[in-house]
Design a protein around this ligand. Structure first.
Ligand code: HEC
Ligand code: HEC
Length: 441
């Protein structure tokens, strides 16, 4: 009896500390060392984790930055990029950037022009070179002058050679795999693939939120979670979500239309929903006037204050003459105009994860929104409230903006799935309670 009790207590303790319980494979552990290594920037001091921190759900870890421009300064502190970091977790399920044409209609509009997959808000880490957008993405920040600022891949390679885990690198990838003279390109790809393995590991993509427990409890039961609606929602009780959270999930899947884009189904081999369609949409999000990129030197931002974030369209415009590794043409420049202003649907996993209640998180590609309330208010009333000139609109009694600034890009705005949802304040609050269940332990 007693030993059974002790065992039960022990297993409870294990459940209480799941992060420590995750065992990483040698490859994932190497990737972790690279991800947290502050010596891999120029000057030293900035790691991937500085912009993708576990405490915030693998995104920006500076509350003050989030409250303002939301783009995090690089290793050279006077420089900054132009977007808010999306989470580095769960990104590994993104397919290579491709056109959805072959998958047929049903979504309205011309499916031939719909793009799926790729990494970054604008899809430019396409995966066309290595076949893995996540590994390709990981090779970007080290060399970006506005981020870790290394002059070239060789410099990164030589830095890795000097670290304490250099031997681990050769243990994982084989003798001679960390070669900064004869095989810089191959070594640099192995660095990218190691980091991607860590980002895909159970430590980063944990699937251990309250929602995931609810999903597991619902497996094999009727009705399935993606069918939740106004008439059947009470049948989902006693599976781990409170009544309010369940109502929020029901709104998410019905009146709120959120699951039209933040899919409530497992995708690409995941056991649980990923809350993204891997597609691109222009929601008409206003610009963030505090974005530090507007003031960057012309060398990086030739347009200065007139710069506009064109999203996927901006990337497609640059694909003229591009080919994939197999030599096929990847020139989609003719479709650029139809995709101006479209940004990739972010996963909503960990969207509310923060180190303390006062910690400010930024939402949207440019961090225009500073709370989930603001985001929901915008989805609910974008096309109902007037457009205003001021970046800080006056608030109503409930604290909601009484007007919205003009969209950053006026073309291609989605008007069918959002903008006038007719949500009551209670429904909005339930929706937010549901979003909070997506926080990993
Ligand atoms: C200075 C801050 C900064 C640093 C350092 C940084 N990132 Fe990012 N990261 C960003 C920003 C900003 C974006 C979005 C950029 C864009 O869309 O143009 C991003 C995007 C990503 C994405 C894409 C996620 C998605 O869903 O599209 C991944 C994955 C990622 N970073 C991983 C990393 C890794 C790995 C490193 C280290 C090698 C790293 N980041 C270093 C700021 C940073
Ligand atoms: C038409 C597709 C679509 C619909 C419908 C939709 N979203 Fe989104 N969502 C997006 C895209 C795309 C973005 C990024 C937009 C941007 O930054 O320009 C986004 C961003 C967000 C963000 C910010 C996440 C972050 O990390 O910055 C939240 C929160 C969010 N959506 C919640 C919701 C909720 C709640 C609903 C339902 C009321 C909803 N979405 C409906 C596509 C959609």
């Amino acid at each position: 009896m007693i030993s059974k009790l002790v065992l039960a207590t022990l297993s409870l303790m294990l459940v209480a500390a799941p992060v420590a319980a995750v065992e990483l494979s040698p490859l994932e552990s190497l990737g972790k060392n690279l991800f947290f290594d502050k010596s891999l920037s120029n000057p030293p001091g900035q790691s991937c984790a500085d912009c993708h921190s576990p405490e915030t759900g693998w995104t920006g870890s500076d509350s003050e930055v989030n409250a303002a421009g939301a783009a995090i300064p690089g290793a050279v502190h006077t420089r900054a990029g132009n977007r808010k970091p999306p989470t580095a977790a769960y990104a590994g399920y993104n397919p290579v950037l491709h056109k959805a044409g072959s998958m047929g209609g049903g979504m309205g509009g011309n499916m031939q022009d719909v793009f799926v997959g790729g990494m970054f808000w604008d899809g430019r880490a396409s995966g066309w070179v290595m076949g893995d957008p996540l590994a390709e993405q990981a090779m970007g920040p080290f060399l970006n002058p506005l981020e870790q600022n290394n002059p070239n891949a060789k410099h990164v390679c030589l830095n890795v050679l000097r670290t304490g885990y250099a031997t681990q690198f050769e243990e994982v990838w084989g003798a001679g795999s960390l070669d900064c003279v004869k095989d810089v390109d191959g070594t640099y790809q192995r660095i990218g693939r190691s980091i991607a393995a860590y980002e895909r590991s159970a430590e980063v993509s944990a699937f251990n939120s309250k929602f995931d427990a609810f999903w597991k409890n619902s497996e094999g039961k009727m009705p399935p979670v993606p069918m939740i609606n106004m008439t059947n929602w009470t049948r989902f009780k006693n599976r781990g979500l409170t009544d309010m959270e369940l109502q929020g999930l029901m709104i998410f899947n019905t009146k709120g239309k959120c699951s039209t884009c933040h899919f409530l189904q497992p995708m690409n081999g995941s056991r649980f929903p990923l809350f993204t369609d891997f597609r691109y949409h222009n929601l008409g999000v206003p610009a963030n006037p505090e974005n530090p990129y507007y003031d960057m030197p012309r060398q990086w931002n030739p347009k200065g204050e007139k710069w506009v974030d064109q999203g996927l369209g901006g990337f497609l415009a640059k694909t003229a003459g591009m080919t994939a590794s197999a030599g096929a043409s990847m020139d989609y420049s003719a479709l650029a105009d139809k995709n101006m202003g479209k940004q990739k649907t972010p996963t909503l996993r960990n969207v509310d994860k923060r180190p303390s209640p006062e910690f400010v998180k930024a939402f949207g590609h440019n961090g225009h929104f500073k709370s989930l309330q603001e985001v929901v208010h915008f989805y609910n009333l974008r096309d109902v409230l007037p457009i205003c000139d001021t970046p800080n609109p006056p608030k109503d009694a409930m604290g909601g903006a009484t007007c919205f600034p003009a969209p950053e890009v006026a073309e291609n705005i989605n008007r069918t799935d959002m903008g006038n949802l007719g949500l009551t304040p209670q429904e909005g609050m339930a929706l937010i309670q549901f979003l909070k269940t997506l926080t990993d332990l």
